[in-house]
Every structure is written in structure tokens, then in C-alpha cells.
Design a protein around this ligand. Structure first.
Ligand SMILES: Nc1ncnc2c1ncn2[C@@H]1O[C@H](COP(=O)(O)OP(=O)(O)OP(=O)(O)O)[C@@H](O)[C@H]1O
Length: 584
């Protein structure tokens, strides 16, 4: 869904609603500041017409005091305007970040298959900062200048309607470049932000894979591609800058030419005696500050338009649809028994990924997993084992058939409630850049430290955590770079133990661990699997032997079901698989 430029302003205004008090204060400060500047013109007029006459000394003093007073007022007004507008800019960008993050967290997996993480990060950081500056600085300047322009025109009219007439004739001349070039600036601003997001995505991807990058000595290639990205940013920016410079220059030149012309007319009127020198001075003062304000607007309008481009992209993100299951829980009966027993029934399930809707990855699959049963899923790569996990957790919905938990169709269970029934131990467990303690506590954020330690002991993770430099408080480093494969698995098992969910989804690691580590992981798993319904994508002999039933999958269908011994005799596919694939 694309959002248009016109949607950005109403969105920003809606974000300002909670801060109306601050907006009002900023607006008052803004008006006061601009009006006190306009009042200065009257001071000039009095000064020129009367300040230089014989009786002028007292007038001169009074006017000077007045001007000083006005400067004080406009100074104070500037303080409040600057303070509150900047504050509003910070607030708005904070609110945008909050809203966008909340939205992005709920987006379906399909969205993340298509969108690069680095690009999203760039939206969070750079796009919101652009909006922050626009609201905090540029918008404030545009508003102040707009007030000055309107006030300036009114005061010019008061000083000399005839001269104002000339000014108004030439004003459209100045507006033409603002309109034409401004639109171009905005378009190219968006293009250059897109290129910035591209390089963000590239950095993100290559740095995540830094290990692979360095071991393949791929650095020169990455550097070259990155530089191409940087060049693309520069090229896009160059076009924007060219239009913007053209905009600023043409507005300035046209304005100064217009004022000179008007001054020339005015001087003639003074010579004819139809205008006093003070009136002409005041008029020119107003014309100058008005022109200055027009120039300011044209200059920062570029910034505002850049922000509007950034806003478009953020709005697009906010408009990406969230699955109705999450945003709208109507029609959900949430009838899960408490506690959940963990019986899973699949009946005639057919599923194809949305990106390949004609290729059934799961095809007419029926299976019942009894409460407390331990099922091992085996089968060749691409058989659909991981897809089963995705369906059980409802990251995707089957196109045909039904999946039930304790007899209730999954589509009738609130999504968060459903997912709370599963503990997932993935093949390559995620370790966060946080302490060992917090990494385990991820399974149940409200768990006490004692509970975390108990789970770690049961998962045989305690023994290596205690040896880390800072024990449970040791930071495990981004993606657990400081842990071995077996240690990462034991942390993940401790996390799942702590979560204590009725159903366990375990994707066993395929990589062989050393005997000692293997033994530890196996022991940890035995604790984890006690009294739970478990579905295990099995890669180890010990696992299949200990399973209640083994389900052999092939091309999305169930090929055979049985125990290890039964299948060795009955299924050629299983025998081959057991001989070649299982880690003994
Ligand atoms: N997000 C996706 N979009 C489209 N197709 C997908 C997606 N994920 C998996 N597939 C396809 O679905 C099929 C089944 O994949 P799945 O990951 O379930 O297999 P698997 O049995 O777990 O294999 P492995 O043991 O190699 O992990 C594969 O052909 C795969 O290409």
C-alpha cells in the first residue's frame, strides 16, 4: 500500500493532538515574536520622520526605549518558541518510533521475508530523525516566517497601498519556482532516503555475516558493493541538492530584484511628496523582512519536503496490514482448557506458502499426537518438517483441513494464547546480547533469579555459566558468539524449561557435538521432555529410539509411522534415512 504525500500532514497533526498545550504555547511565542518584529517598523517610521527634527531628542529616547523593550519581548518569545518546538520534535519522533516498532513486531512472517532488516532500521533511525528536525526546527521556521509574511503584507498595506500593489504583482513570480522546484525537491528527497536505506540494509547483512565475509575473504567485494551504494546515495542527493540550490537562488534573486524595483517607485513618490521618508523606510523594512521570510520558507521548505518523504515511508510501514487474528479478536472463543493437555490433531491438512501457492508443502496430512506423547519427525530435507512447526504455531494457516489443540481448532484460539502453549527450541538457538541470566529468563520474564538458576542446573547449563568471567551476569555477546554450539543449545533448553509450556517443539541440531557436550545436551533434553507433549525434528539416534512414535515424512505427506524397530523393518525410506542421517 502506498501512502501519499497528502497523508503525512494529517498524520503529524494527529500526533500533535496529545501535546496541544505545548503547541499553543509555541504558537503564542511564535506570534509574539513575529509581531514584535513587525512593531519595530513603526519605530523606524517615527525615528525617520520625527527623530531628526529639533524637538526630536525626547522622541528619540522614547523610541529607543520602545525598540529595546521589543527586542526583549522578541528574545523571550524566541526562547519559548525554540524550546517548545524542539521539545515537540523530540516527542513526535519518539511517538513515531514507539508506534512503528509496536506495529512492526506484529507484522506477519511474510512481511519479513520481503523486507530487509537493515532497511527497517534505517526507517527507525534516519527517517524519524528527519521528521524530528523538521518538526523541531524547519516547521517552526516556516510558521514564524508565514506569520511574518502575512503581518508584513498587512503593515505594507498600512504604510502604502500603492506600493503594496506593486509588490503583490511581483509575488506570484516568486511563487512559481517554489511550486515547480519544490515538488522536484520532494521527489528526489524520497529517492535519496531510499538509497540510504539500501546501504543500511547492505551493512546490516554483511556485518551479520562477518564470519563468512572474512573467511571467504569477501571484504573487497563487499567494500565495492557498499561503495556503489554510497555513490547511489550521492547521486540521488546531488539531484536533490541541485534543485534545492536552484530554488533558494531563484527565490532570493527574484525577491531582491522586486524590492529594488518597488524602492525605486517609492523614492519617486517621496520626491513627489505623496509619501513621507519615514513611511517609505517602514515600508522597505517590511518588504525586506517579508522577503527574508519568503526566502526562509523556500529554504526550509526543502527540509519539510524531505521530512514529508520520510513520513511517507514510515506511514507505508504503519499501513502494512497486521493479520486480522492479531488486530481483531472477534469471533474467537478462546476455549482452551486450563491446564492445556496438549493433544494435537491434524486432519487433512494441505498447505502451500503464500509465495508459491500452487506448490503444496504439506499435502493431505492427518496425524494425532496424544497428550504427553513424544513424536519424532524424520524425513529428507524439504519434506515439510519445519513447516509443520510453523503451522502448529499459526505463523501460517493451512488452506485445507484443520489443526486442533485439545479438540479446539487453532483458528478459534487467540494467537498469543495459542503461542503461549509452546516452548520452541530451534536448531540454531538465538542468544541475545545480554547476560546469561536474562537469556534464560527470556522464557519467562517474571521468573526470579532462583528459578532461572534452577532451570540452568536442570539443563546442565549451570556448570559452564558458573565458569564464565562474571557468572550469570556475563554478557553472552551478540548472537552468543562467546558460546560453543552445545552451550548455546543448553541455554535454549534452560529457557524452554523455565517457560514450562505444555507442548515442546524441538528442532535438534544436526551438527555433531563432542561426546561430552552431546551427553550433557541429551541429559538436559530428557529433563525438558518429561511429562510434555513433544514434537521433535529428530537428527539423533538416541532421540528416535526414545520417541513414542516416529513419523516419517516425505514431500509433505506421512510416509510411515511406527517405532524405530518397526520402521527399520517396514520402511525402506526410514532405513536409508537412519543409516545415512542419524547422528549416533
Ligand atoms: N517461507 C517459505 N516460502 C516458500 N517456500 C518455503 C518457505 N519455507 C520453506 N519453503 C519450502 O517448503 C518446503 C518444505 O520446507 P521445510 O523447511 O518445511 O522442510 P524441512 O523438512 O524442515 O527440511 P530441512 O530438514 O532441510 O529443514 C521446501 O521445499 C521449502 O523450499
Amino acid at each position: 500500500m502506498t501512502s501519499s504525500h497528502s497523508a503525512v500532514l494529517p498524520w503529524i497533526l494527529s500526533l500533535l493532538v496529545p501535546y496541544r498545550r505545548q503547541v499553543v504555547i509555541a504558537a503564542i511565542a511564535l506570534f509574539t515574536g513575529s509581531l514584535s518584529w513587525l512593531a519595530l517598523g513603526q519605530g523606524i517610521k517615527i525615528l525617520v520622520d520625527h527623530g531628526f527634527t529639533s524637538a526630536g531628542a525626547t522622541t528619540l529616547n522614547q523610541v529607543m526605549m520602545g525598540i529595546l523593550g521589543l527586542s526583549l519581548i522578541s528574545g523571550l518569545a524566541a526562547y519559548f518558541r525554540f524550546y517548545f518546538m524542539t521539545w515537540l520534535g523530540e516527542r513526535i519522533s519518539a511517538d513515531i518510533r514507539r508506534n512503528v516498532y509496536r506495529h512492526v513486531l506484529s507484522l506477519p512472517l511474510q512481511f519479513f521475508e520481503k523486507t530487509k532488516t537493515g532497511e527497517l532500521i534505517s526507517r527507525f533511525t534516519s527517517d524519524t530523525t528527519i521528521i524530528q528536525n523538521a518538526v523541531g526546527m524547519s516547521l517552526s521556521m516556516v510558521l514564524r516566517s508565514s506569520v511574518t509574511i502575512v503581518g508584513g503584507i498587512v503593515m505594507m498595506l498600512a504604510s502604502s497601498p500603492a506600493l503594496t500593489g506593486y509588490v503583490l504583482v511581483v509575488v506570484p513570480l516568486v511563487l512559481v519556482p517554489i511550486k515547480v522546484l519544490g515538488a522536484k525537491v520532494r521527489r528526489h528527497a524520497r529517492a535519496s532516503q531510499d538509497r540510504v536505506a539500501d546501504i543500511g540494509a547492505y551493512v546490516d547483512e554483511s556485518l551479520h555475516a562477518i564470519h563468512t565475509v572474512q573467511s571467504y575473504v569477501h571484504e573487497p567485494v563487499d567494500q565495492r558493493r557498499f561503495e556503489q551504494g554510497v555513490d547511489a546515495v550521492l547521486t540521488a542527493a546531488a539531484v536533490r541538492i541541485r534543485y534545492r540550490s536552484l530554488l533558494v537562488a531563484s527565490v532570493m534573486t527574484l525577491t531582491i530584484a522586486a524590492i529594488t524595483l518597488v524602492a525605486w517607485f517609492g523614492a519617486h513618490e517621496v520626491l513627489l511628496g505623496s509619501l513621507s521618508a519615514g513611511e517609505l523606510s517602514a515600508f522597505l523594512f517590511y518588504a525586506l523582512i517579508t522577503a527574508g521570510a519568503v526566502a526562509t520558507v523556500s529554504e526550509v521548505l526543502g527540509e519539510v519536503q524531505r521530512a514529508s518523504g520520510a513520513g511517507e515511508r514510515l506511514l507505508e510501514l504503519l499501513n502494512s496490514p497486521i493479520p486480522s487474528r492479531i488486530s481483531d479478536n472477534s469471533g474467537i472463543n478462546d476455549g482452551l482448557p486450563a491446564p492445556v493437555n496438549g493433544q494435537i490433531t491434524l486432519t487433512g491438512v494441505r498447505f502451500a506458502y503464500p509465495s508459491a501457492p500452487t506448490k503444496a508443502v504439506i499435502d493431505d496430512l492427518s496425524l494425532t499426537v496424544a497428550a504427553g506423547e513424544r513424536i519424532a519427525l524424520v524425513g529428507p530435507s524439504g519434506a515439510g518438517k519445519s513447516t509443520m512447526f510453523q503451522l502448529l504455531q499459526q505463523f501460517y494457516q493451512p488452506q485445507q483441513g484443520s489443526i486442533c489443540l485439545d479438540g479446539i481448532d487453532l483458528s478459534g484460539i487467540e494467537l498469543a494464547e495459542l503461542r503461549r502453549q509452546y516452548a520452541l527450541v530451534p536448531q540454531d538457538p538465538t542468544i541475545f546480547a545480554d547476560s546469561a541470566l536474562e537469556n534464560i529468563r527470556y522464557g519467562r520474564p517474571e521468573a526470579t533469579e532462583l528459578e532461572v538458576r534452577a532451570a540452568a542446573k536442570a539443563a546442565h547449563a549451570d556448570e559452564f555459566i558458573e565458569l564464565l568471567s562474571d557468572g550469570y551476569n556475563t554478557n553472552l555477546g551478540e548472537r552468543g558468539v562467546r558460546l560453543s554450539g552445545g552451550q548455546r543449545q543448553r541455554i535454549a533448553i534452560a529457557r524452554a524449561l523455565l517457560a514450562d509450556r505444555p507442548i515442546l517443539l524441538l528442532d535438534e541440531a544436526t551438527s555433531a557435538l563432542d561426546a561430552n557436550s552431546e551427553h550433557k545436551v541429551q541429559q538436559a533434553l530428557e529433563v525438558l521432555l518429561q511429562n510434555k507433549t513433544s514434537v521433535i525434528i529428530a537428527h539423533r539416534l538416541a532421540t528416535v529410539i526414545n520417541a513414542d512414535r516416529i513419523v516419517v515424512m516425505d514431500k509433505g505427506r506421512i510416509h510411515a509411522v511406527g517405532t524405530h524397530q518397526q520402521l527399520l523393518q517396514q520402511s525402506d525410506l526410514y532405513r536409508q534415512y537412519a543409516e545415512l542421517q542419524l547422528v549416533s
